[in-house]
Write a protein that binds this ligand. Structure first.
Ligand SMILES: [Zn+2]
Ligand SMILES: [Zn+2]
Length: 471
C-alpha cells in the first residue's frame, strides 16, 4: 500500500494559493482550493475595478492551462472542462506524473479568494469539507453575488470534528484569521501526524484558539507542521512591524465614530463578519444607525440566517439595518428596508455607512445635498483598496472627507510563527503562503522547502530532518 505523501500544487514560494495534496493508500485530500495572489489571473471581485479576470465561462480552462490549479481533472466539474485536452493541462506542469488516487476529497480552510477561488468549479461528486461558519459565510457570499455557487457536495463540519478516510483521519480545528470560520487541520495516518495552520494570526480577537491549536499539536506529537508565512520579509534580519490587536482597532473605530460630525463611510471586508458585527454594535452604541451597501447586507443577513457560531448572542444581531436603495440591483432582494441617498444625506451625522469601493460616486450626492455642517469621515479597515488609491484620494480631497486607515491584517508576525514552531516542536516544518519562506526562524527545527509540483513522502521529509542533525 502506498505510504503517506504530499504533493505541492500551490502556495510554494508565493503568497496565497495553498494547494497541497496529502494521500495514503487509495484516498487523498487536497487542502485549500484557491489561486496564488500573483498568478496570471485573479478571480474578479465585486469590490475591485479591474483585476485581470478570467473570461466568463472559461475560468476553469484558463486556471488549468495557466498552471494555477492542480492538474487532477477528477477534481473538476466535467461540464466545465468538456473537450479540454488533459495532455495540454499536464504540459503546464512540465509533463510531470502525479500520484493517482481513487478518491480525492477537498478541504477549504477559509473563504478568502486565494483559498477558495476554484470551489465553484469543483466536481459535483467530490465532498468538500469546511468549518460550519465558513460555510455560512460562503452561502452569504453566493447570495450577495461575491462568489459563484458550487455544485460540489459541501460538508459543513463542527469545530474539532474528525473525518475518517479509512487510511487516515482529518480533524478540523478553528483558528483565528480575518475571514469568518477559518480553520486548520490535523491529519493522522497512524504512522505520522501532520498539522496545517491555514492562514492565522495572534493579533485577532481569539489568540486563545491559536494556543488551543498549539496544545492539540503538542498532545498529538505532531511530526510535520505546515504553516503560513505571509509576513516573512525578504531580508531575514528585518523586523516587520507589530500590528495592533483587534481590541485596539475597535477602540480606535469607536473613538472616530463617537467624535465624527458628518457621515462615517466604512469600507471593510464583508468576509470578516465578526469585525462587521463589532463595528455594527459600536455604531449603535455611539447613537448611530447602520446603513449598508446591498451586497454587504445580503452577506450579513444570509450568513446569520445560515447560522454563525461565532456570533451567537452578539448584540449586533438585533441591530436595525437599512440598505442604500441605489445599491440594490435588479438581481437581488434587499433583506432590510431601504433608505434613499437623499434621506441619508439629510441626516448624515446619524449614520455609519458600510460602503463598497466602486460606489465612490455616492459621495457626490451625499456630500453636496446635505445642509449640515461638519466633515465626513472615511474609514478603510483591512480592505483591498487603500486610502492612497488615486480615485479614493481624489474623492476625499474634493469633499474634504477625513480618511482613516484601521488595519491589523490577518497574518501572523514572524515572531509568532517562530514561537508556534518552538512550542509545537515538530520533527520538521514547512512554510507555505510566503514569498520568503527561508526567512523564517524555525528555532532549530528542521525546515523543509518543497518545490512546486514536487511529490515527497512524509517519511522522507522527516528522514531529511534526522540526516541533517535536527531533532
Ligand atoms: Zn491566504
Ligand atoms: Zn486568508
Amino acid at each position: 500500500m502506498r505510504e503517506g505523501q504530499l504533493t505541492f500544487f500551490g502556495g510554494v514560494g508565493k503568497s496565497g494559493g495553498v494547494q497541497v495534496l496529502y494521500g495514503k493508500g487509495v484516498q487523498a485530500v487536497l487542502f485549500d482550493f484557491g489561486v496564488e495572489h500573483s498568478s496570471l489571473l485573479f478571480p474578479k471581485q465585486l469590490t475591485l475595478y479591474e483585476p485581470v479576470g478570467a473570461t466568463p465561462g472559461r475560468e476553469l480552462r484558463q486556471y488549468l492551462l495557466g498552471g494555477m490549479t492542480a492538474p487532477l481533472l477528477q477534481l473538476y466539474d466535467p461540464e466545465q472542462i468538456k473537450g479540454l485536452d488533459a495532455a495540454k493541462v499536464r504540459r503546464a506542469w512540465g509533463d510531470s506524473d502525479f500520484p493517482l488516487y481513487e478518491r480525492i476529497s477537498l478541504f477549504i480552510g477559509h473563504m478568502h479568494t486565494d483559498h477558495m477561488a476554484v470551489l465553484p468549479y469543483a466536481n459535483p461528486d467530490i465532498p468538500v469539507y469546511m468549518n460550519r461558519d465558513a460555510h455560512s459565510l460562503y452561502r452569504g457570499m453566493v447570495a450577495g453575488g461575491h462568489a459563484p455557487d458550487t455544485a460540489a457536495r459541501i460538508m459543513a463540519c463542527e469545530d474539532l470534528s474528525v473525518i475518517d478516510f479509512g487510511d487516515f483521519t482529518m480533524q478540523i480545528v478553528e483558528m483565528d484569521h480575518n475571514a469568518t470560520g477559518s480553520a486548520g487541520i490535523i491529519i493522522d495516518d497512524g504512522d505520522h501526524k501532520i498539522a496545517y495552520t491555514g492562514d492565522w494570526r495572534r493579533q485577532g480577537k481569539h489568540p486563545e484558539r491559536i494556543d488551543r491549536f498549539i496544545e492539540l499539536c503538542r498532545d498529538k506529537r505532531i511530526d510535520l507542521l505546515i504553516t503560513e508565512g505571509t509576513r516573512l520579509p525578504a531580508d531575514p534580519s528585518a523586523q516587520p512591524s507589530y500590528q495592533m490587536t483587534e481590541d485596539e482597532l475597535l477602540a480606535r473605530y469607536s473613538t472616530i465614530v463617537g467624535e465624527a460630525d458628518g457621515l462615517v463611510y466604512l469600507q471593510m471586508s464583508p468576509r470578516d463578519l465578526e469585525r462587521m458585527a463589532n463595528m455594527i454594535a459600536i455604531a449603535v452604541e455611539k447613537g448611530r444607525e447602520v446603513v449598508m451597501e446591498a451586497s454587504h447586507a445580503v452577506i450579513w443577513h444570509t450568513a446569520n440566517r445560515e447560522g454563525l457560531h461565532i456570533l451567537e448572542g452578539h448584540p449586533a444581531l438585533g441591530a436595525d439595518i437599512r440598505v442604500v436603495d441605489a445599491t440594490v440591483t435588479n438581481k437581488m432582494t434587499s433583506p432590510y428596508k431601504t433608505i434613499s441617498i437623499e434621506e441619508l444625506a439629510e441626516r448624515k451625522n446619524n449614520y455609519v455607512y458600510f460602503f463598497k469601493f466602486p460606489d465612490l460616486a455616492h459621495m457626490i450626492e451625499l456630500e453636496t445635498l446635505s445642509d449640515l455642517p461638519g466633515r465626513s469621515h472615511f474609514i478603510q479597515s483591512d480592505y483591498s483598496v487603500k486610502l492612497d488609491h488615486s480615485d479614493v484620494a481624489k474623492y476625499l480631497n474634493t469633499f474634504g472627507i477625513i480618511g482613516h486607515s484601521l488595519c491589523n491584517g490577518g497574518h501572523a508576525h514572524p515572531d509568532a510563527i517562530a514561537d508556534m514552531i518552538e512550542r509545537i516542536a515538530p520533527k520538521a516544518v514547512i512554510t507555505l503562503h510566503s514569498r520568503h519562506p527561508r526567512s523564517q526562524n524555525t528555532r532549530g527545527i528542521h525546515a523543509y522547502y518543497p518545490e512546486k509540483g514536487e511529490t515527497v513522502t512524509v517519511a522522507s521529509i522527516l528522514g531529511s530532518a534526522i540526516s541533517t542533525g535536527s531533532r
